[in-house]
Design a binder for this molecule. Structure first.
Ligand SMILES: [Mn+2]
Length: 270
């Protein structure tokens, strides 16, 4: 009986199947955690979502920015980017069921028995566990309500870049969503720089990964995240577990067994 957390799949369904063979996944005993970005850019987003949905109680999934983008397109709130590969899902006969299922998945998940939590990109440095749980519930409440359409209409954008407890309205919801699903670099005050990607050696000295911000209120948590392929799965910060190893870019797909933190990888060579 093991629990494996798996990095960003982005429609690379055959790599996922290779990885599950490699870890000898047994659906009757094991549980899979997915860090989000199940879809887009890779060739088989539809198969990937169907497969994970069918795992039922044997999976835990948090939404990533690409999953939210798919949901926005499904709500006619975005026309899509030129390099999107989401049409197969959007035209699938079971599209509505898949969209409904995705809307049920949270932005943050915490398992008190295993003592791990998971978000696609990260957490705002100011959030402790209770705050992160409450804010994730706040977004889920919107996604599962009549306000979902309006949420997606207002979701895109990089501001406000700093969390404050008194943020209101769409600014508040956008800021929460950006920290959970898009954050990489922050300034020392915890505000996000959402422009910058890439490796750590190229970043300006005023910026640091969100998990290196001083006095981070969630530094006591074991945090699993994806989204940042340039990290190559390495953080050098205790209790942070980066799992995006760039499968869709031809690198590898990673699983970490939570019980002993052993990592398993399959190559995604193109
Ligand atoms: Mn992402």
């Amino acid at each position: 009986m093991s629990t494996y957390a798996i990095g960003d799949i982005q429609g690379c369904f055959s790599a996922l199947q290779d990885l599950l063979k490699h870890i000898q996944f047994d659906q009757s005993k094991d549980t899979l955690w997915f860090v989000g970005d199940l879809v887009n850019r890779g060739p088989q987003s539809l198969e990937t979502v169907r497969f994970i949905k069918n795992l039922g109680a044997k999976h835990r999934t948090v939404l990533g920015n690409h999953d939210l983008h798919l949901l926005a397109m499904a709500h006619n709130a975005h026309k899509g980017w030129p390099n999107d590969r989401l049409n197969e899902i959007l035209q699938a006969p079971d599209k509505n069921e898949l969209v409904e299922w995705l809307l049920q998945q949270p932005l943050f998940y915490y398992d008190s028995e295993l003592n791990y939590c998971m978000a696609h990109a990260g957490l705002a440095p100011a959030w402790n566990l209770a705050k992160a749980e409450a804010l994730s519930k706040e977004i889920s409440g919107i996604l599962q309500s009549n306000a979902a359409q309006d949420f997606f209409n207002h979701m895109y954008g990089n501001t406000p870049d700093q969390w404050h407890d008194d943020l209101q309205g769409w600014d508040r919801l956008r800021c929460i969503t950006n920290y959970f699903t898009r954050v990489r670099f922050c300034r020392a005050d915890g505000s996000q720089d959402l422009q910058l990607k890439g490796t750590l050696d190229l970043h300006p000295k005023t910026l640091m990964p969100w998990y290196e911000v001083p006095n981070r209120q969630n530094a006591n948590l074991n945090i699993i995240f994806g989204h940042w392929a340039a990290l190559g799965g390495i953080t050098h910060t205790p209790r942070t577990f980066a799992l995006d190893t760039g499968c869709v870019w031809g690198f590898s797909l990673t699983a970490m067994r939570l019980e002993d933190q052993k990592r398993f990888q399959v190559s995604c060579g193109i």
